[in-house]
Design a protein around this ligand. Structure first.
Ligand SMILES: O=C(O)[C@H]1O[C@H](OP(=O)(O)OP(=O)(O)OC[C@H]2O[C@@H](n3ccc(=O)[nH]c3=O)[C@H](O)[C@@H]2O)[C@H](O)[C@@H](O)[C@@H]1O
Length: 349
């Protein structure tokens, strides 16, 4: 999967537990590991994954193991940890079983940008279904707690607005996005079936659009596209109609939410996102104003099944996690601009 050439030419209150939970990992109680928590992060070389790893590594009691197949992730995102005694990096594809001893699993592995997840849809759905089964099998074997990063895409093109966790969604089961959104829906089902049947400790986050430093420059998602285009002096490509909305969460807020969810007592699913909602035309205006007021906005064709609106209701996250986002789009975009300028080698005038 690693060496794929992409079409764009870029490389690349829940049901109670009926069965008794398995006994906890022996490693939790063993003398050697008393001070340490072994944490596995699948997809840890990716955008959100690598920021999560940074935060987990700040705690000296944590040992962090990353597995990634580098389809969209990159070792560059983890350079500062390579060689650290509490850190391990394994090239591994989660569609294959993994046998290691861990206490917690953050299961992020899956391409997340529509152009990447639609490129090889069979592989995407295998990653979501077989990859999640493999990680649940591992959690069951070693008694680990597992957190799945699901997505706001489980709501499809939502009719309820904003979206609460109770909403079952409006999803096309046979469309070009289904490998991802239906894949994540099955992954959520697997999580709950393992929880009910085997007593696995689960956590499910529904991540809404997240942005920040380290996104792939040619990732294809809207914030990274607009920032790279503005820095390069190119027109901003607003896909039609431009009135579709998204709500953008800065990556540090997202990581806070994920860790609070893992550490808390609630299984989820819980929406983790920033409820400030923007049309794509408004986002383009914000980027223009910040980076280059002279650039043009160009309307281009859209892709099938693009959700027309999306905004998280975060009442549950506030209530059970004490979490809400802190970074506004106005504060987050300049941090991303700085990172993109460094990587593109284009300094601010
Ligand atoms: O974060 C989420 O909640 C989910 O949604 C995103 O999918 P999407 O919202 O379609 O992300 P983008 O590709 O960034 O598109 C957002 C909107 O911007 C528009 N867009 C995209 C790119 C572009 O150059 N111009 C543009 O106007 C799209 O038409 C769409 O309406 C992510 O890709 C998913 O991984 C994630 O699970």
């Amino acid at each position: 999967m690693d060496a794929l050439e992409l079409p764009n030419g870029k490389s690349n209150g829940h049901v109670s537990i009926k069965t008794p939970p398995p006994s906890p990992s022996p490693f939790r109680n063993s003398k050697f590991f008393t001070a340490n928590l072994r944490i596995l992060v699948t997809g840890g070389a990716g955008f959100i994954g690598s920021h999560l790893v940074d935060r987990l590594m700040e705690n000296e009691k944590n040992e962090v193991i990353v597995v990634d197949n580098y389809f969209t992730g990159s070792k560059n995102n983890l350079m500062k940890w390579i060689g650290h005694p509490r850190f391990e990096l394994i090239r591994h594809d989660v569609t294959e079983p993994l046998l290691i001893e861990v206490d917690q699993i953050y299961h992020l592995a899956c391409p997340a940008s529509p152009i990447f997840y639609k490129y090889n849809p069979v592989k995407t759905i295998k990653t979501n279904v077989i990859g999640t089964l493999n990680m649940l099998g591992l959690a069951k074997r070693v008694g680990a707690r597992i957190l799945l990063t699901s997505t706001s895409e489980v709501y499809g093109d939502p009719i309820q607005h904003p979206q609460t966790e109770e909403y079952w969604g409006n999803v096309n089961p046979i469309g070009v996005r289904s490998c991802y959104d239906e894949g994540k829906r099955v992954a959520e089902t697997l999580m709950f079936d393992y929880h009910r049947q085997h007593g696995i400790e689960i956590r499910i986050a529904r991540i809404f659009n997240t942005y920040g430093p380290r996104m792939n420059i040619d990732d294809g998602r809207v914030v990274s596209n607009f920032i790279a285009q503005a820095i390069r002096g190119e027109s901003l490509t607003v896909q039609e109609p431009g009135t579709q909305t998204r709500s953008f969460c800065y990556v540090s807020d997202q990581v806070d939410g994920l860790i609070k969810l893992m550490e808390g007592e609630n299984t989820g699913p819980i929406n983790i996102g920033n409820p400030d909602e923007f049309t794509m035309l408004e986002l383009a205006e914000n980027v223009k104003e910040l980076i280059n007021p002279d650039i043009q906005v160009k309307k281009v064709g859209n892709t099938p099944d693009d959700p027309s609106q999306r905004k998280p209701d975060i009442t549950l996250a506030k209530k059970v996690l004490g979490w809400s986002p802190k970074v506004t789009l106005r504060d987050g975009l300049p941090l991303m601009e700085e990172d993109f300028r460094k990587r593109l080698g284009v300094l601010k005038n």
